[in-house]
Design a binder for this molecule. Sequence first.
Ligand code: NAP
Length: 250
Amino acid sequence: MQDIEFKDKIVLVTGASRGIGKAIAAAYSKRGAKVIVNYNKSKEEALELVKCLGGEGCIIEAIQADVSKSKEAEMLVDKVVEKYGRIDILVNNAGIRKDGFLAMMSEEDWDTVINVNLKSLYNVTKWASRVMLRQKKGKIVNISSVSALKGVAGQANYSASKGGVISFTKSMACELGKFGIQVNVVVPGLIETDMSEGLGEIRKNEILASIPLGRAGSIEDVVGGVLFVSSESANYITGHVLVIDGGLSA
Ligand code: NAP
């Protein structure tokens, strides 16, 4: 992925204070993009990332917004457009997990996961796509999960939200294609981050045993896919479901 360039592209990455989103933001920044790091609670991590990556000729800034809230998402997009005038690439990455058996699951845990993982796509994409429609150009990458493709006990809320992300992507690809906007979805398997840490050793070992490539994915495995589908090398790809799971769903 070394040769992919994003020089001066305006890139908004949601949930970029930690984990996969943080690495995605860093990868765009290293390739010349002007990156907006959205975060919700992890202010210190987001500011640290901006400090680490910022340097001569490099533009990267952090903006707080809870993307599950429609007003905050609208304000996030407004701030980006006010300052930079456009959005070339949007990565809808923010996500959470609140696992539990459905019979015991609180309505709050259901709603929170659906709102952060799925409604956020409506909240952010609605406003960002208006900007891209005016530009007649843009690339949107949504982050789903292998839990959308493969049943996982205890993840009804998470799986449903991530299944919705795939369906949303396909609809948006059909809706926006004729306006020069591409919409694709990256579907990671088990990736080493804070989120997968919370699964616990026993569950992680069970999953590892069913991965044909025999290992968990690295954050960089996912970053490569995101960069590719948002690059000029992928100009004829839209509505695509790019599964990066070491074969887990095969
Ligand atoms: P992570 O390490 O837990 O990081 C989650 C990120 O999402 C954080 O930066 C967090 O920001 C942000 N976030 C959460 N709620 C938010 C909200 N309401 N508004 C804005 N940002 C919010 O998770 P990860 O593993 O990097 O996951 C990133 C994406 O990949 C998620 O969509 C996840 O579902 C997906 N995924 C992960 C795996 C895996 O194994 N790790 C597998 C498949 C899919 P704050 O800390 O600032 O709140």
